[in-house]
Design a protein around this ligand. Structure first.
Ligand code: DHB
Length: 389
């Protein structure tokens, strides 16, 4: 009798403990935000964290009656660290959603965790086309390199650029940029006379730039990850490439708003294609840039910040629609979202879980004494061309 009562009470205690835990979980909606906060890609982490915090400041820290908890972790841009942190966030913290992912290898390393645990994973930065195919739980709010690269491949041959050398970082997004630029540029009657790939980490551009100089193309097409553009631009100028009549074109990663102003006049006139410029002319973007700068000591938001801000929007709206849900329900509520972003109109394609948005052709110009990517042409509603292969 005693034993039975004891058993019953311990069972009850265990149950109420489970209920208490479930209750605690029911009252919070947890977002695990994994970013490179230190090391060579720390600017990506800083921009995305700042944007996520701004979104929360503007939209409140409760959804569907639950408190939103943002757990920010530094993965130092090492894929094994990203994966381990994701595992801990899922198992120990029981996060509703994983988010962030500053580089392609970090997103790819973590994809199996999303699949195994059925946890939606929102890619806010990484931009290799294939990432969304690495797990059915991945949704992307950044962009893809094929989307960005075809815009400039259409613009260049109509503007006197017939012979190009490509120079890209030697990993996923660079290889995508090279391939999709080259295919479209050739289709448009252009010629790619050399394709050069530089190491992703700590690249020494000098020998590559020398080679480009010797080849004398009309232009050099460039992809380097966010943050690396300043060093490239500096060496481009030091070698007198611009004076030798070689134009610089690329995806907008090279004239990243985070560092554009520090590049100086050598950046003037550089034409790129991309989905976001801090000078995008819309009331919503003006409000976004102003609020971001106010909250971050004047820091200018770049395309990484916008990927983070829009990622939070997608998460918040899915959380609202599912009353703070998780797993498949939360994922489904992310698909098909359509809204106005600071970048312009934006849509999460339900089939591919990838972003559809405008790509703008922009030229670096001085506005009020500051350098900006001034948008002058728009290619509307661009789907990732990488998804048709
Ligand atoms: C990736 C990283 C970047 O900094 C960028 O500008 C584009 C793509 C990436 O690793 O996917």
């Amino acid at each position: 009798m005693q034993k039975r009562i004891f058993l019953r009470s311990t069972a009850l205690a265990a149950l109420s403990l489970v209920a208490a835990l479930a209750h605690a979980d029911n009252n919070t909606f947890k977002i695990g935000l994994i970013l490179p906060m230190t090391g060579p890609f720390a600017s990506t982490g800083k921009q995305i964290e700042a944007a996520a915090r701004l979104y929360m400041a503007q939209n409140g820290d409760t959804v569907a009656g639950k408190k939103v908890e943002l757990i920010v972790k530094d993965d130092t841009s090492a894929p094994d660290v990203t994966k381990r942190i994701a595992q801990e966030l899922v198992v120990n913290d029981k996060v509703n959603v994983l988010a962030g992912f500053g580089l392609t290898p970090l997103a790819l390393a973590t994809a199996p965790i999303a699949t195994q645990s059925k946890t939606p994973l929102v890619v806010m930065a990484a931009a290799t086309s294939s990432i969304t195919q690495a797990s059915p739980y991945i949704v992307r709010t950044s962009f893809t390199l094929p989307q960005a690269a075809v815009g400039i491949a259409d613009w260049a041959p109509k503007n006197g650029i017939k012979k190009v050398v490509t120079l890209v970082s030697d990993y996923g997004p660079g290889i995508d940029a090279e391939k999709y630029f080259k295919d479209r540029f050739l289709f448009n009657g252009g010629q790619v006379i050399e394709t050069l790939r530089v190491p992703m980490r700590n690249p020494d551009f000098a020998p590559f730039l020398q080679k480009v100089r010797d080849l004398k193309p009309d232009a050099m097409f460039v992809f380097v990850p966010s943050g690396a553009g300043a060093a490239l631009m500096k060496q481009f100028a030091e070698r007198g490439m611009d004076k030798a009549g070689i134009k610089l074109i690329g995806t907008g990663d090279v004239t990243d708003d985070d560092i554009l102003n520090s590049m100086g006049d050598v950046a003037l006139g550089v034409v790129t294609s991309h989905h976001y410029s801090a000078s995008h002319n819309s009331p919503l973007n003006k409000k976004f840039v102003e609020a971001f700068q106010k909250a971050n000591n004047g820091l200018r938001p770049n395309f990484m910040a916008v990927g983070g801000y829009d990622g939070m929007r997608v998460i918040y709206e899915a959380a609202k629609a599912t009353k703070g849900g998780s797993g498949d329900a939360l994922l489904e509520a992310m698909k098909g979202q359509i809204f106005e972003s600071p970048r312009g109109p934006m849509f999460i394609d339900a089939q591919t879980r990838d972003v559809v948005h405008n790509i703008y052709i922009r030229k670096v110009e001085k506005v009020g004494g500051q350098l900006y990517n001034q948008e002058f042409d728009t290619i509307k509603d661009v789907k990732d061309p990488g998804k048709n292969k």
